[in-house]
Design a protein around this ligand. Sequence first.
Ligand SMILES: [Ca+2]
Ligand SMILES: [Ca+2]
Length: 354
Amino acid sequence: MSRLLMGFLATAVMIPLCAAEETESVDLRYRSYRTWSLQLPSETWFPLQDGIRIPHAGGDTFAFEYEGTSLKVDTDGDGELDRTIKALVDPKTMVSSTRVILNGTDKSGQPFRYAARLRNDADGWEWAPGGAMVGTVNSQAGPIPVRIIDQNGNGKFNDVGSDAMIVGNTDHAMMLSATIYVDDKLQNIAIAADGKSFQLSAYDGPTSEIDMSTSFNSKAVLLSSVIISADRKNSFDIAAIEGPVRVPAGTYTVVAGVVGLGQHRVTISAGRMKPLKLAADRSKKFDWGGPVASEFQFARVGNEVQFSPRSIWYYGKAGEQYSGWHPIGKSPEFKVLDAETQVVLKVAILPGSC
Ligand SMILES: [Ca+2]
Ligand SMILES: [Ca+2]
């Protein structure tokens, strides 16, 4: 409660001065996740080879060796393997996984922590970030959590267009953006390379308005819809914001999206979608989503038409592509028409799967 009040007071004092020139500095702290639930728009697993490639005062990697499902890791970067970690093997997939927390000193002498998720699948041992820099931004509705993830795995948290960030109470991340949208206002966000702080200031460049959430024509729930500008400087999760969003003018494409259909998650990618041209001082309602059309590869075998559920592609109204869709109960009908007469030769319904 006291934090909320302070947020209001700070805003009330700042506005009468000169809102456009104010900058606000926010401190962040590192948080590692025992159970990883963050959904990254462009998640990459990096090969472990000789170690986890995070530069620190003692070198460019934290060394690593493995024996069977046991790993030995140099967790403090002094060159000596100091911890043995047992990985858990999933009996279904046979993929081993575990996590490790590294404690290093950066090149300016500051200590840092870095969590890594580790897994051993068909590609061998790989790692991906297992933590985030966490802070809050004040808004009229109270503090909004902000998390920054080193998505490109170089130990730096300021790679705009390559790292990832989450603004608000969601686990769906967008690409790290140079601007954020809070309280119906666009602000510049400048993050320190070590991720320990960021500066906010008013954005005063040309803007455009886009509404992708109210026009999403589907019975499913749009959980996340990440767009990024052609110059990769600005990224937004349009689904996280109700109604229209003001973004810097530019050309945008969809990076990633997630739709919830009951228990199921269907991912959205750009597919054949044309880039969205968002001109300055214009407003656009984006028409996408259902009805979803499907295309499939088929083979004629005698009088039969055969096709596989694995060779079906689903496209929405704007050309966006849906993947991981396993219809249950309500399978789409696939009609095979005679090209000349348009008479339905065959109707196929896929068996339900999950
Ligand atoms: Ca060591
Ligand atoms: Ca990075």
